[in-house]
Each structure stands twice: as structure tokens, then as C-alpha cells.
Design a protein around this ligand. Structure first.
Ligand SMILES: Nc1nc2c(ncn2[C@@H]2O[C@H](COP(=O)(O)OP(=O)(O)O)[C@@H](O)[C@H]2O)c(=O)[nH]1
Ligand SMILES: [Mg+2]
Length: 383
């Protein structure tokens, strides 16, 4: 088999390359000077076909248009939904104005889903669980959107790929929509973008929006503020049953699930369930009038997965009947307003040149121990 490209009869040495004795074609600059013809790097020669020229098609994308995107989202077009989410995730000022117009156009169509947050340590099986749960919801005729929130993903890098692999079956379903986390950025920004992505999914008619988040820090608190029902997945047999999940996270849970309750692990999970039931008894209620249940589930055998969903349904019915569901959403929207005002004030204040200069002076004074942090802060705020 001849793997060499056809060589032109009279090669022209070009500025981009150098010829070498015995090598009639131009070669890239970085080819070692002593490289013989066996050094297998050549600049590909163009093929010219007389009378034909490549059509000039500049690769451009139409600027996002709020009306067109809103129509696409309402028509449940997943491509339009994906583009709409990309628009609200954009930090470019010209996109932000269009994004807000889009959200205003769709405001009346949002709000109709059940928003369910799922958290747990990396490896707790969240994505696998969502894949199984999501499929059973789709089988029951529901449309399911999954949003993954991981502000650390730009650092850890791997979670995105893992999620795509874990949810491969659900991803194939036309009734499901899966969106990985907005990349990087401050937690406040990720929370804002996720909140808006939830609204867009609702406008696209998804009945359930599942928000997966890694339980490693503050993200679960941010996600708790975005969802109606908050589920924490735990593992048994890892020594400490709280596995680094602080008591604070348990206090946020409307439902605790001891996951991977299969095979040899099942007995350990039963013991962990009994322990957790005792602990939960002493925690303040995450949601008024609701005692957090502790369930067992396995995404391998599917055991317990439908019980988890039945409990979520029970939770939604109970909180809706008592007005807690609607009240929580109202409070969440107001809290989002406050968070955005705080963030905007901070950004505006710190971008002022005088403030920056004063801050640098005061940092030095505090570092040198000649000023207390409070006195320095007051000086900066008064600058
Ligand atoms: N035995 C067992 N393994 C599971 C179960 N669910 C997930 N896993 C495995 O746990 C690992 C982590 O799962 P993944 O869904 O990526 O966890 P995530 O980081 O919490 O999203 C994978 O190797 C899964 O195959 C389960 O119910 N039982
Ligand atoms: Mg995952």
C-alpha cells in the first residue's frame, strides 16, 4: 500500500517550509535540520482542479434573537432551548440584554415544573441515579430536563464527561433534555444562570427539572435556593456516615437516600438507614411540616428508585396543600433579587479606580499591622 501523498513534479520551496536534500516537498520550520526523508512530516500540497474554486462561505452564526428563540423554546425545540440557555449563560453585555428580553417573553410560560435538586459527594452515584429515575419518569409519560451544576468543574474537568457517560440512556430519549453545568465562574453567577435555565426548561414544557450538584461545599446551599424539593444521596460503609457532608447539608434535605444499596453493601446501607433515621429526628425540619424520610435505593438493581419518586410526589402534594410550595418559590425569587443586587453593588463599587487605590493602601496598612481591618474597611467604604 502506498501511503505517501502524490508529490508535485516541481516543488516550490516556500517561506513556510524548507526543503531537504532528497525530500522534494516543503517541510515545516520545526523539522530538525538533519532530518532525512524518513522523518515523516510534510506540508500537504493543495490539489488544484481547473475551473473549480471553493465557495466562499464565511462561518458565522446569526446573532441570537429573543423572539425567534422564544418561539423555538415554546415549540419545544431542544436545539432552540440549548441555544437559549447558552444565551443566558453568556457574560457578554450584548447577550445579557437579549437574554433578559428572552426571559421576559417567556415569563408567562415558566413555573410549571417540579424542581428537584440532587446532591451528594462525587461518586455517590447521582448521575447514574438520575439516569434511572429519569427513564422511569419518561416511561410514565413525563418530560424531564436535567441540569448539572458544578462550579468546580472548570478545575476538576472530569465531571462533565462522567455525567455524559452515566446518563447516556436518558440522553437518547426525545422526552429528556440534559445540560451540563455552566462552566466555571463564581457560585453566584452559576446560581443565576441555573435559575434562568430552569425557567427556560419550564417554558419548553418539561414537567420535571432535576438539578444535580456536587456536595462539596456551598453549592448545595445555592441549589437549595433554586428547587422545590432537595434530595441528598449518601453512601454507607464509608466509615463516617456523614462522609464529609456537613450537618448543615443534612439539615437542607427533604429526603435522604442511602444509595448503592445492592450486593454486599445492602446490609451496611440498612444499618446506615437506621442511624440516619435517629439523626434526622434531632435535626430541625428542612421544610415546615415535613419530616425528612430516609430511604434506600440502588441504581443497579433499581430497587427503591420508584419509592424515592413516590416520596417526592408526596412531598410536593403535602407542601402544595399547605401553601408552602408557592411560598417557598416567592421567597426564592425575592432572595435571588437580593443576591443579584448585592453582586451588582459589589462589582460596581470595586470597579471604581479610587476605591481600588484606597483598597490597595488599606490592604498594606492592615498587612503591616498599623490598622485594624474594621478601620481599614470603613476607610475604603468611605472613599
Ligand atoms: N453498586 C452500585 N454502584 C453504583 C450505583 N450507582 C452508581 N454506581 C457507580 O458509582 C460510580 C459513580 O457514579 P456517578 O453516577 O458518576 O456518581 P456521581 O459523581 O455522584 O454523579 C460509577 O462507577 C457507577 O457505576 C448503585 O446503585 N450501585
Ligand atoms: Mg455526576
Amino acid at each position: 500500500m502506498n501511503v505517501c501523498p502524490p508529490r508535485p513534479p516541481e516543488p516550490e520551496p516556500s517561506a513556510a517550509g524548507a526543503t531537504h536534500e532528497g525530500c522534494p516537498q516543503p517541510r515545516p520550520d520545526w523539522v530538525p535540520p538533519a532530518a532525512g526523508p524518513g522523518f515523516a512530516t510534510w506540508i500537504a500540497q493543495g490539489v488544484s482542479v481547473s475551473g473549480w474554486s471553493a465557495p466562499h462561505r464565511p462561518v458565522t452564526r446569526a446573532a441570537p434573537n429573543a423572539e425567534a428563540l422564544a418561539a423555538g423554546v415554546r415549540a419545544r425545540d431542544p436545539v432552540a432551548l440549548a441555544r437559549a440557555i447558552t444565551l443566558v449563560e453568556s457574560n457578554a453585555p450584548r447577550h445579557q440584554a437579549e437574554a433578559q428580553r428572552l426571559l421576559a417573553l417567556l415569563a408567562g410560560a415558566a413555573g410549571g415544573s417540579w424542581r428537584v435538586g440532587l446532591t451528594g459527594v462525587p461518586g455517590a452515584g447521582k448521575s447514574t441515579f438520575i439516569d434511572v429515575l429519569g427513564q422511569s419518569l419518561v416511561d410514565a409519560g413525563k418530560r424531564v430536563a436535567v441540569l448539572a451544576v458544578d462550579p468546580s468543574s472548570s478545575v476538576t474537568g472530569g465531571s462533565l464527561l462522567a455525567d455524559k457517560v452515566r446518563m447516556v440512556r436518558l440522553a437518547r430519549s426525545p422526552a429528556a433534555f440534559i445540560r451540563p453545568s455552566p462552566s466555571g465562574g463564581a457560585l453566584g453567577g452559576v446560581a443565576r444562570k441555573t435559575r434562568e435555565a430552569i425557567l427556560l426548561c419550564e417554558a419548553a414544557g418539561y414537567d420535571v427539572v432535576l438539578v444535580e450538584t456536587v456536595g462539596v461545599g456551598q453549592n448545595e446551599v445555592a441549589v437549595r435556593a433554586l428547587v422545590d424539593c432537595f434530595v441528598v444521596l449518601l453512601l454507607a460503609g464509608a466509615g463516617d456516615e456523614l462522609q464529609g457532608l456537613k450537618k448543615g447539608v443534612m439539615e437542607l434535605a427533604d429526603l435522604l437516600v442511602v444509595h448503592k444499596a445492592d450486593g454486599d453493601n445492602r446490609l451496611r446501607c440498612l444499618a446506615a438507614q437506621a442511624d440516619l433515621r435517629r439523626v434526622v429526628h434531632y435535626l430541625p425540619a428542612a421544610t415546615r411540616g415535613w419530616m425528612t424520610p430516609v430511604l434506600l435505593a440502588s441504581s443497579v438493581t433499581n430497587e427503591g428508585v420508584s419509592d424515592v419518586w413516590r416520596t417526592v410526589e408526596d412531598f410536593v402534594r403535602t407542601t402544595q396543600a399547605e401553601g408552602i410550595f408557592a411560598e417557598r418559590r416567592r421567597l426564592q425569587a425575592v432572595a435571588a433579587l437580593h443576591a443579584l443586587v448585592d453582586e451588582g453593588l459589589r462589582r460596581r463599587f470595586l470597579s471604581d479606580a479610587r476605591v481600588q487605590a484606597e483598597l490597595a493602601r488599606q490592604e498594606q496598612a492592615v498587612a503591616d499591622g498599623v490598622r485594624t481591618p474594621l478601620a481599614a474597611a470603613l476607610a475604603v467604604l468611605g472613599s
